[in-house]
Design a protein around this ligand. Structure first.
Ligand SMILES: Nc1ncnc2c1ncn2[C@@H]1O[C@H](COP(=O)(O)OP(=O)(O)OP(=O)(O)O)[C@@H](O)[C@H]1O
Ligand SMILES: [Mg+2]
Length: 217
């Protein structure tokens, strides 16, 4: 099964990914957890390029780098794992491209769909958990996290995080549009709930999925 997590930076994806991984492993399932961009040596190099603030890519350049990273990860890691019966949990997948590069940066959505299709070879998650949080609340979380570190200053924000609140508002709007268009696949969860409550919602949703047909009531 391929499970993906989506949401703006600071929404709580990594927190839930690690809880879910532990839960599934306790059930005796073999689980592979990956985050995008990255996951192979080549894709990790692309991740560094994308997140370093000294680089200033054009939106299309950024899009193609994300797609290149995804194409590597998918073909070298995700597909072989799924073929082995491993459950794969992804911290971000192609919905992030639509939300960030499409709604956030304003790239043409049809072009994005085509690039996503090429990068993923048409592979779609069985279920996607979208953690919904306002940019203001997300930023507060990130600041309280970073201000705990000794070398905190504004330059500590990575290239995405320093893109501004308006950018993140557009990204959130994009996620809402994706949820509306893919209600069968994407489950929206209020990210202001406690980590434990969110985890419970995720588990009950996964438990309700029919293992053969993938049907979710
Ligand atoms: N449900 C929650 N309620 C309150 N705080 C939370 C919740 N989930 C996570 N946090 C805290 O918010 C911060 C961001 O969480 P996390 O790193 O899981 O988010 P993320 O979506 O993975 O962010 P990024 O996209 O930047 O990787 C962390 O300090 C985490 O402890
Ligand atoms: Mg994270």
């Amino acid at each position: 099964m391929l499970i993906t997590f989506e949401g703006i930076d600071g929404a709580g994806k990594s927190t839930q990914v690690s809880r879910l991984q532990e839960h599934l492993q306790n059930q005796g399932r073999v689980v592979l957890t990956l985050r995008e961009p990255g996951g192979t040596p080549e894709a990790e190099r692309i991740r560094e390029l994308l997140l370093e603030s000294r680089h200033d890519f054009t939106p299309v350049g950024e899009l193609l780098l994300f797609a290149a990273s995804r194409a590597e990860l998918l073909r070298k890691v995700i597909l072989p794992a799924l073929e082995n019966g491993t459950d794969v949990i992804l911290d971000r997948f192609f919905d992030s491209t639509t939300a960030y590069q499409g709604y956030g940066r304003g790239l043409d959505l049809d072009m994005l769909t085509e690039v996503n299709r090429i990068a993923t070879g048409g592979l779609c998650p069985d279920v996607t958990f979208y953690l919904d949080l306002s940019p203001e609340e997300a930023l507060l979380r990130k600041f309280s996290e970073k201000s705990l570190s000794l070398d905190f200053d504004a330059e500590n924000l990575d290239r995405m995080e320093s893109s501004g609140l308006d950018f993140y508002r557009r990204v959130r709007d994009g996620y809402h549009a994706l949820v509306a268009a893919s209600r069968k696949r994407i489950v929206q969860i209020d990210a202001r709930l406690s980590p434990s409550v969110i985890h419970q919602i995720i588990i009950s949703c996964l438990d309700s999925i029919d293992p053969v047909t993938g049907y979710r009531p």
